[in-house]
Design a protein. Structure first.
Length: 364
């Protein structure tokens, strides 16, 4: 269709161009609401999937006694053995946005993956989406420590499976920071980011459309209000719950703390998503729209030089699609989900071909 793939020339890039070019999902789909990306965004944020998936929750205890929750997608729309390119043993880790909001779009992607033979699981940060907060500490925007523990656990639980990850919106800041900080030790075979936020500080300072910001702000406050007692020893709760923007809330949680206050500048030195991007050693597909009202104009919000210079970053850019929307005609359908799953299928195909060409044994 009208999508463009921007990347450094390589054999993998050529393979992705061929594979995505053959994908029916990218063949000039008919757009819904093409001139109203904010309505696309609101629909994606608020509309639940049909049918609602069944979820089995597992709590993972961290070294400091904190908890994160892993929600395994199960139910009537189960996996069909052998129907997906990732193979029936591929575990797909789904990372919600930074507010912990599990959108209908993310659940719909999990259901599509389940149908194709993947094992989808949602990563919920401390205190998010009903996960108990057992320590007076939440996870900063780009701190991958808790995610690393979850990936290590998934690798131990599924030692022979391919481990894949996909993030949505501002949750991509966590995945990108993890890939950069972990380098070749990430334990992931491939990753994808849907409408990622690449520059965290600029994003918070620029402000967001109120249609997006206020639902997420209320969602965060409602979740944090359950833990006022434990948070009171670490932060100013009145300032926290009185925040009028996501930036004010982020500062109240992580900068204006009672024990170790820090500046806004110092916070972002440690939490920018791309601070270690040069160390990433896992193929990452970033699916972006030029009319994304949340990320901002492409000229200042897309790190184009990164995609031109790194052999691991691939930008699939489309003129329309909004923020995490990418709709096409048909109820509950999103061509972006199909593109991500096709990317994982193509990656598995390429890696198998490389193993055969080099005569390498499969990783155990």
């Amino acid at each position: 269709g009208r999508c463009r793939l921007l990347s450094k020339p390589s054999a993998l890039a050529q393979h992705l161009v061929r594979s995505l070019g053959r994908s029916a999902a990218l063949r000039g789909g008919r757009w819904l609401w093409p001139r109203w990306p904010r309505l696309q965004m609101l629909r994606q944020l608020l509309q639940p999937p049909e049918p609602e998936p069944a979820v089995a929750r597992e709590l993972l205890q961290l070294p400091d006694t904190g908890l994160v929750a892993l929600d395994w997608l199960v139910g009537r729309r189960g996996a069909r053995s052998g129907s997906g390119g990732g193979g029936p043993s591929s575990v797909l880790l789904l990372i919600p946005n930074a507010a912990g909001k599990v959108t209908g779009g993310l659940l719909q992607l999990g259901l599509r993956a389940l149908e194709r033979g993947f094992v989808p699981v949602i990563f919920n940060r401390r205190g998010h989406n009903g996960c108990p907060l057992t320590t007076p500490r939440l996870q900063p925007f780009g701190d991958p420590g808790d995610l690393r523990e979850a990936v290590t656990y998934l690798r131990c639980r599924h030692p022979t499976a391919s481990l894949l990850a996909v993030s949505e919106g501002s949750g991509s800041g966590l995945l990108l920071a993890y890939l950069g900080e972990s380098g070749s030790s990430s334990r992931l075979a491939a990753a994808a980011c849907i409408s990622p936020i690449f520059r965290g500080r600029d994003w918070f300072e620029a402000g967001m459309p109120w249609l997006y910001e206020w639902p997420l702000l209320l969602h965060l406050k409602r979740g944090l209000s359950r833990y006022v007692g434990s948070l009171a020893e670490a932060v100013d709760v009145d300032r926290l719950l009185g925040s009028r923007s996501l930036r004010e809330l982020e500062e109240a949680l992580f900068c204006r703390t009672k024990s170790r206050p820090t500046s806004w500048e110092a916070y972002w030195e440690r939490n920018e998503p791309l601070r270690d991007a040069d160390e990433a050693a896992v193929p990452v597909l970033c699916l972006c729209s030029a009319d994304d009202p949340v990320r901002g104009p492409p000229a200042r919000s897309l790190p184009l030089e990164l995609f031109r210079s790194s052999p691991y970053f691939f930008l699939l850019l489309t003129p329309r699609g909004g923020h995490c929307g990418f709709p096409r005609r048909g109820a509950g359908r999103c061509w972006g989900h199909e593109a991500v799953l096709e990317y994982f299928r193509a990656m598995a195909e390429f890696l198998r071909a490389e193993e055969r060409r080099k005569g390498l044994p499969r990783a155990r």
